[in-house]
Ligand binder design. Structure first.
Ligand SMILES: Nc1ncnc2c1ncn2[C@@H]1O[C@H](COP(=O)(O)OP(=O)(O)OP(=O)(O)O)[C@@H](O)[C@H]1O
Length: 339
């Protein structure tokens, strides 16, 4: 999806505004800074103050219950000419501290579903619930990282970018926001760049800032929309490594969109496979057994081929194929069809 392109409303940090505009390759809509804040974080909701691992809502989610539930969700885009169904009756359950991947071909509705989880897009039928409560709009409990490098307001320094949604939500003091910004910039290896502006960073560094900004919010769910797709292969690989290392340390709940089978198997602990447009749940498989070192192994190749068949084979009779959600360290084996 496109991140809304934004300009400062006032003289705030007009620094790179003009040069950024001149270098822009396409027309940009103007969004006030307050509106940008609303995109990043709804100010109506409190921000949890614990670290992400501690912030997992053990009080809100009963043992064994899913943290995020997508229940028979269809999403339509209504234009003057037609109604376009992006996803059709998708049901998913994401548990706390899972690395859940949405995998599917271009146009199958992955981003749309993620945006609906974030509360940016309304569902046409069904319901999305977080901790048992219906998702009715954006909130700081769900923070998104986008693919585009221009998701960072260019007139803010790196540190200011990380602090921004914390301050906009008015739930932390400036001192605490700064403390958190410095902590998470350190976790993504960017402490030395806290005072520079985004245009001075590489694409991978900008994505690290976006990840630091998201984690600093201590969200219940981190939503990532093909965050590494625009990076070169080596940087993408390094970013996958860094994301997994961060997850090892913080155990946040991740929903990650990709159209790369390899990336899905490496990043995900569970992978939901969506059929081509309109996206229906085709299958769910466990990917606990795979990691960064798995590429090239016979098991990895077999899983890759099996997912490829599930993505593109025409046999779509009956309901989706689902593996047990156990965290057993086994490669995907038996799939059962659910209604
Ligand atoms: N704002 C919109 N208005 C109308 N149609 C839209 C809108 N956004 C997406 N669509 C359509 O909805 C369908 C699903 O789009 P979506 O971006 O969710 O797919 P995707 O699987 O994320 O694709 P990609 O991997 O290429 O990003 C596509 O047919 C797309 O053209």
């Amino acid at each position: 999806m496109r991140w809304p392109h934004v300009f400062a409303q006032d003289g705030d940090v007009a620094l790179s505004r003009g040069s950024w505009l001149r270098s822009a390759a396409e027309p940009y809509a103007s969004l006030a800074e307050a509106e940008l804040a609303d995109r990043l974080v709804s100010r109506a909701h409190p921000v949890p103050s614990a670290a992400p691992s501690q912030a997992l809502p053990s009080h809100a989610v009963q043992a064994g219950a899913a943290l995020l539930e997508v229940d028979q969700v269809s999403i339509d885009y209504v234009t003057e000419e037609r109604v376009l169904r992006a996803t059709h009756q998708v049901s998913l359950q994401v548990h706390a501290a899972e690395r859940f991947v949405l995998l599917g071909a271009s146009g199958c509705g992955k981003s749309t579903l993620l945006k609906a989880m974030a509360g940016f897009v309304p569902v046409s039928e069904g319901e999305i619930r977080l901790g048992g409560s219906p998702v009715q709009g954006p909130g700081p409990d769900r923070v998104m990282v986008f693919q585009e490098f221009d998701q960072l307001p260019p007139w803010k320094t790196v540190r200011e970018n990380v602090m921004f949604p914390l301050l906009a939500s008015r739930r932390t003091s400036k001192a605490e926001a700064r403390e958190r910004a410095d902590l998470y910039l350190d976790k993504v290896g960017l402490s030395r760049f806290a005072d520079v502006h985004p245009h001075q960073l590489s694409g991978g560094m900008k994505q690290r800032v976006a990840i630091a900004r998201a984690l600093a919010m201590h969200p219940q769910v981190l939503l990532m929309d093909e965050p590494f797709a625009a990076l070169d292969a080596l940087t993408r690989r390094r970013m996958q490594e860094e994301l997994l290392a961060l997850w090892d340390e913080l155990r946040f709940t991740l929903v990650f969109v990709t159209h790369s089978i390899e990336e899905a198997l490496v990043v995900g602990s569970r992978v939901a496979i969506l059929s081509p447009h309109p996206g229906r749940l085709r299958a769910e498989i466990n990917a606990h057994a795979f990691g960064l070192a798995s590429g090239g192994s016979a098991e990895f190749e077999a899983a890759h081929q099996r997912i490829h068949r599930l993505l593109f084979d025409e046999d779509r009779a009956g309901g989706p194929l689902v593996e047990s959600t156990s965290s057993s360290n086994q490669p995907p084996q038996a799939l059962r069809r659910v209604a």
